[in-house]
Design a binder for this molecule. Sequence first.
Ligand SMILES: Nc1ncnc2c1ncn2[C@@H]1O[C@H](COP(=O)(O)OP(=O)(O)OP(=O)(O)O)[C@@H](O)[C@H]1O
Length: 425
Amino acid sequence: MDEVPASRFDAWVRPLTALCDGHGLTIKVPNRFFLDGLKASYGKRIGELAKSLVGDECVVLYEVDANPPPENETAQSELKESGTQSNVDGYIDPRFTFENFVVGSGNEFCHAASRAVADKPGEIYNPLYLYGGVGLGKTHLINAVANELLQKDHTRIAYRTGERFTNELIQAIRNGSTDAFRNQYRQVDVLIIDDIQFIAGKDRTQEEFFHTFNALYEVKKQIILTSDRSPRDLTNLMERLRSRFNWGLVADIQPPDLETRLAILSSKAELAGIQLDKDVAHLLASRITNNVRELEGALTRLTAHATLTGRMIDIAFARHVLRDLLHEEVRAISIEDIQKKVASYFNINVREMSSTKRSRTVAFPRQIAMYACKELTTRSLPEIGASFNKDHTTILYAVRKVDKMRQEDEDFDEEMGRIMRLLKQ
Ligand SMILES: Nc1ncnc2c1ncn2[C@@H]1O[C@H](COP(=O)(O)OP(=O)(O)OP(=O)(O)O)[C@@H](O)[C@H]1O
């Protein structure tokens, strides 16, 4: 109790009930919302205390209590006050903070840009447009910006997914309440839209968003957007929106390298209050390479299995529990396989794949191989680049070029289909 101020003790510790059975500690919490806040604020410390009380092998399990004690509302109201969620229209996830975001290759630029925006919203990078593949931390970063802003002052934030923005607009049109729809967005200091790609191809939504964008931008309110693609690659997007998305800072997030994946695992394990064996961490980080969400999911699965069966998480256990996930990765096609097969298809020497020759007979098959590597393996652009002796921008260029050709040329698309099937055999 000495470690936590009285108000926070009442809010976060008093509503808990704990049960210790000699191997582990089960903590009952009043609800899911409370659980997220508790883990983010005290998960690490609870894990440490449990170990010092019960022993190093102690596993902490959290359970949502079906019959919570009546005084449990304190934490929610405390969260509302400290995080001033009342200034928020939408849900900001309290778990996603800058403190628990691991910075490494692939995300450092997006991280720095997000930090800068959290420091000076509306002033330097407006809009901030973050894009990149699935599960790489975009949502985490934009929530971190929002959480940071909520700590500092009374910034009013609207947080939406592109899908929800669209659905709300459809609803407003149906109800004849488009004015109210418009107004709610124009009164905020920061507008955050996750997965803005969703509005592409939806003319009315784009039109509405265009006006909201202008209204906020003119009065220097911060706009933050995420997408799975760069503005340039968002087909079916109005040109005037595309150009606006480029007015501020466009930053791409790449899959983390091995070192960063290990650091993320260790941070997530620490937050969950578990000790992860080095070899197991290495097994996961080297096999699950381009999606942090999957990496986190693997860790959660391992922990749950270990807790339920009372087993230690060692390599054999991890291989068994995650056999489907790891097996799939083992079977995955390698870059070398692709280089060999594409070279033989086009009748060129496999060494040309990493040579500097630029003649079309060599350069084009090489670009096709680069494209196939991106499509069929889980390797990141820099990793693919290294296998071709090129940097990641050359790979990106090749991927885009082949993609575009496939869209525009039916015969080529058919041939590419054949090549891809061959590569998968
Ligand atoms: N660098 C990181 N440090 C800590 N956690 C991370 C990091 N990158 C991603 N994560 C975690 O991975 C999970 C997926 O991240 P997030 O939801 O932000 O991905 P995303 O890029 O928004 O994906 P999607 O495009 O599918 O929405 C989250 O739990 C997030 O906390």
